[in-house]
Design a protein around this ligand. Structure first.
Ligand code: PLP
Length: 408
C-alpha cells in the first residue's frame, strides 16, 4: 500500500534532530577562561595557539602544524610555500569545493582538472598522470567526504615527475590511509575548521607538514612576512595576517578531545549504513576498498539510480529524503570548471595565461556524479545510532515504494 511521503504532508520517517556542533560546559569554560584572561589575540602565535598546533600535529603524526584563518588560506599558504611560479599548473579534481581550485588561481597558477574515480569520487590516479605536462608543479588530492585518496599511487606519480603534493584534508580530520593519518602523507596537508566541518571553531584552518623549511616559510606567510628572530616591523615575504585567535585555539583544543571518538562513531555508522543501502536496488554506496583505514564521513555519499525510482530525478529524490527527516543534500550541482569563474575567466587581477580555456574541459564521471548520481548525508547525522542508520534506509525504501505510483 502507498505510504504518504513527508513531502506530501505524510509522517516523517526520522523525527530525531542531529545537533551540530556538539559542546558542553568544558568547551564553554575553556573559552571563558581566555575571555577572562584578556589575552584574546596572539600576534606571536605562541601560548595557547602553539599548544593547540602541537596537539593537532601529534594527532596527525606530523612534525609541525600551523594554524591559520581558514582551510582556503591553509591551501594557499602551502601552495605558495611549495615554490610555485606564475603560470605553473596544479592538478585538482573538479568534484570539490571551489577553494581547492580558486587558491591555485590566487597563486597566479593554472588549475588543471583531472576526473574522479567513479567508485570513490576521489582523483583517479590514471587521470592525474594523463593531465601532467612540463608545466605541472603540484597535485592537490582532495580526500573527498573523508575518504582517503589512493595516496600510494598519487605519491608514486608525484615522485616520478618531481611534483609537490598538497593534501586537501578539509573533510578528513582523524581519517587514515593504510594507518597513516590523512594530511600527513604529502608535502603538506590542509584542514578546515569552518562551522560544518568535523572539527570546528566556526572558522579556522591548519596545515601539517614534516618539512621544516616549508613550515618556516608558511609561518612567515601567515604572519605578514615576519621571520623567526626578526624585528617586529621587518617583513621578508609577501604574507598577510592570517593568524587565529586564542579564543579559537581554546575551543579547538577542547573540541579535539572529542574527535577520535566521534570519528570512530561516524566510521562505524558509515560501515553499517553501507550494508543496509547495498540491499536497496538503485542505491550504491561509494566503494571502500582503496586503502582507507578510517573514513571520517564528513559526508556519507551514495549513488542514486533513478531507473529504480520510476525515473524520479535526483534533485527531487534528495528533496523527498530531506523531507523524511534525513539530513541530506543533492551535492554539487555542476563540476567546478562549469562555474562562471572558469567559463567566463573572471580572474580579475590575477595573471592567468590567455590560452587557458575551461569551456573545453569535460570530465564525464564528475558530470554524472553532479547531475544524476551523488546524494550526500551530512556528517552530524552520522553521529546518530544504529537505529538512525536503519531509519535512513527505511526512508529511502519508503520513497522507492511510494514513487511506484508517482507520475511526475
Ligand atoms: C574540500 C574543501 N577544501 C577546502 C575548503 C575550504 O575551507 P574553508 O571554508 O575553511 O576556507 C573546503 C570548505 O568547505 C572544502 O570543503
Amino acid at each position: 500500500m502507498k505510504k504518504h511521503l513527508a513531502i506530501e504532508n505524510g509522517p516523517k520517517t526520522v523525527e530525531k534532530k542531529f545537533p551540530w556542533p556538539i559542546y558542553d560546559e568544558s568547551d564553554v569554560e575553556a573559552v571563558a577562561e581566555i575571555t577572562r584572561s584578556g589575552q584574546w589575540g596572539n600576534p606571536n602565535c605562541d601560548g595557547l595557539v602553539k599548544r593547540f598546533e602541537e596537539e593537532f600535529a601529534a594527532s596527525c603524526g606530523s612534525k609541525y602544524a600551523l594554524s591559520c584563518v581558514n582551510g582556503s588560506v591553509a591551501l594557499r599558504l602551502a601552495l605558495i610555500a611549495c615554490g610555485v611560479r606564475p603560470g605553473d599548473e596544479v592538478i585538482v579534481p573538479p568534484y570539490t569545493f571551489i577553494a581547492t581550485a580558486s587558491i591555485v588561481l590566487e597563486a597566479n597558477c593554472v588549475p588543471v582538472f583531472a576526473d574522479i574515480d567513479p567508485d570513490t569520487y576521489n582523483l583517479a590516479p590514471a587521470e592525474v598522470e594523463r593531465a601532467i605536462t612540463e608545466r605541472t608543479k603540484a597535485i592537490i588530492p582532495v580526500h573527498f567526504a573523508g575518504q582517503a585518496c589512493e595516496m600510494d599511487e598519487i605519491m608514486a606519480i608525484a615522485d616520478k615527475h618531481g611534483l609537490r603534493v598538497i593534501e586537501d584534508a578539509a573533510h578528513a580530520h582523524g581519517a587514515a590511509y593504510r594507518n597513516r593519518k590523512l594530511g600527513s602523507i604529502g608535502d603538506a596537508g590542509c584542514f578546515s575548521f569552518q562551522s560544518s566541518k568535523n572539527l570546528t571553531s566556526g572558522e579556522g584552518g591548519m596545515i601539517v607538514t614534516d618539512d621544516e623549511e616549508l613550515y618556516h616559510k608558511m609561518n612567515s606567510l601567515r604572519n605578514v612576512g615576519r621571520v623567526h628572530g626578526g624585528q617586529w616591523y621587518e617583513h621578508h615575504f609577501l604574507g598577510c595576517n592570517y593568524r587565529i585567535t586564542q579564543l579559537q585555539a581554546a575551543l579547538l583544543s577542547s573540541q579535539l578531545k572529542r574527535l577520535e571518538e566521534q570519528t570512530l562513531t561516524r566510521h562505524e555508522n558509515g560501515t553499517y549504513l553501507n550494508t543496509l543501502l547495498k540491499q536497496i536496488e538503485g542505491i550504491e554506496p561509494l566503494a571502500r576498498d582503496k586503502g582507507e583505514t578510517i573514513h571520517s564521513y564528513h559526508i556519507y555519499i551514495f549513488k542514486y539510480d533513478k531507473r529504480y525510482f520510476n525515473n524520479l530525478p535526483k534533485v527531487k529524490f534528495a528533496e523527498m529524503l530531506a523531507a523524511e527527516g534525513v539530513p541530506c543534500f543533492m551535492g554539487y550541482p555542476k563540476p567546478l570548471y562549469k562555474q562562471p569563474l572558469f567559463q567566463e575567466k573572471n580572474f580579475m587581477c590575477y595573471a592567468i595565461p590567455e590560452e587557458v580555456d575551461y569551456t573545453r574541459v569535460f570530465c564525464p564521471v564528475t558530470e554524472k556524479a553532479c547531475s544524476e548520481e551523488a546524494v550526500w548525508i551530512l556528517q552530524h547525522a552520522m553521529l546518530g545510532s544504529k537505529q538512525d542508520m536503519e531509519d535512513f534506509a527505511s526512508a529511502i525504501r519508503k520513497i522507492q515504494d511510494a514513487v511506484k505510483y508517482y507520475s511526475g
